[in-house]
Design a protein around this ligand. Sequence first.
Ligand code: HPA
Length: 283
Amino acid sequence: MSADSSVQASAERLRDAWGARRPKAAVVLGSGWAGMVQDLEAPIDVPYGELPAFPPLGIAGHAACVRLARLPRRPDGGAEVSAGADVMVLMGRQHAYETGDATAMRGAVQTVAALGCPVLVVTNAAGSLHTQWPAGSLMALSDHLNLVQRSPLQGVTGSARFVDMAQAYDPQLRARALEATARVGATLHEGVYAWMMGPQFETPAEIRMLQRLGADAVGMSTVPETIAARHAGLRVLAISLMTNMAAGLSAETLSHEQTLRAAAANEQRAAQVLCAILQSIVD
Ligand code: HPA
């Protein structure tokens, strides 16, 4: 099956499952963000295995399905229009570090666009490069450093592949996200995310390098999805949940278990913030 026809087949399978319902935004869930699905109503799940453009998933702790579901009503009693808006949640991602393939999520992102969904919200867990942003801090990406220098558009043809990456992270969506986060009494920082291939964590020397390059957070995802989304014409908002201070910035030993523990400890608040942000975006 060609890449294009697998995207069309995936979109068709989702449309069949959804009937007349359509999402107003799509979300890719990273570690620590899965709690938001519990706040959604009337879910319809389609496993990635039934969607030919979606990746097979290997990493434990990640469900592998697309969930269409309704956002809850806004608790502040405002904006009735947001009640019942559907969102499409991509529960699980394939990372480039698993296979060396930065195109892993391209088909999934293109399927979002093929469904006519205008916005992609990408979430992740990240290491913090600021001592004043401890584990549990949230950051909206204002920009990124693609230090891996790989592209999800490898193999794509046509002039559209030369994507403008200035303002890849939509300033208007970010402004809405900042307001929505403040409304629920939380803080959303803004900063630059450095993509490192992993799966090993960084060395302290690498973290000092990233600080000098102007990065505020470091992680192993999100950048390929954002590039694919911009190519597909989607507006992008991306948010990091800091699960640890980056290597050398604290005495803590980094491990995947530690990342998952910190992610779990902050899951409820992250979920609340994400729901508030989505409500403000689909209004
Ligand atoms: N480095 C890279 N990726 C990460 C980190 C980190 O410190 N924490 C969570 N994901």
